[in-house]
Write a protein of this length. Sequence first.
Length: 342
Amino acid sequence: MLQYIKSMLPRLNRVIGWADIKKHPQEDFVCVFGHTSYFDGLLAIIFYSYIQFNLCVIGNPGLKAWYYTPVRSLLNIIIAPRNENKSNNTTYKIANEYDVMRKANRKKNDESNILFISPKGSTKKMPWRSGYYYIAKQLGLRIFPFIYNTSTRVTEFGEPVDPNTMTLEECTINLQGQIAKHNVVNNINAEYEIVCNDCPYEAFCCFDFCCISLLSFVPYLCALLYEGNYYLFASCLSAVVGAWKYHMDKEGTIYANTNFNLFITYQKMEAYYCSSIMGVHFLYMFMTRGLSMTFYILITTGYLFYYMSTPRGKDEFRGKYVIAHSFYHILFGITAFSMLGY
């Protein structure tokens, strides 16, 4: 059963649109990554199915819970002790346990052995701990960063660092610098400054959910056309098409590097135009048909999702949460249809 699940994971990866890892180091190594969300683990499991290697993961004590049984069955996991129970020889014990596991794997196959570690040991915004460095140093292994970009859906292994020739600080700065060039799952929880100019959406799908969610306006458009409200239909269609183009252009970020003023202007134009069209439709329906309590509940909820999905001021680091923004689209599509009173 587990082998069947593992064989199906590459198909899941193709569905959600992530590119395959083209190459990976042909050696045993320690691998670190930017751990900002539990979805990181999902990505790791999916990519594990693509590459032939012996993977071992250092996990926190929470992985002992019964609902993590399928994960423990798929992966070799070394449970790290809780912070309050850690001692000076904790890294020594973990390294020894992994070394025993690595030697056992050598007798079974010739595949590379990878020790997967989250240096901070949490999804929260916290500084990296030193354990990853001393474990790699004791094992005599190089450290590679596992790099993934949630904007481009590309994954790769970065350039390695050698703990035997570099200090802890040098290794940490080098590895974080490589990871920081790409958007992670949740940029807010990154313990380093993200220096990536790609769209900061936290997207896993091979399609832009914001674009797909705009289809929720189709019933409203069809109803307007059926009733013969051609001017309202044309204006609403223009707003939907404009919003679609805007999201296909990754919220204008495709212009951020070449023309920053255009990037800012593009965002304002899309927001002002769509808002004005919505205002005209709301006012027209209020004057001609009246608006129900359902409309007010839906529009209030929709604006709540919009507030949750939009950066405040210049806070581009926060990003726009694609799921929240998409539900804003969906709720406003339903809101628009509710104005017709069907």
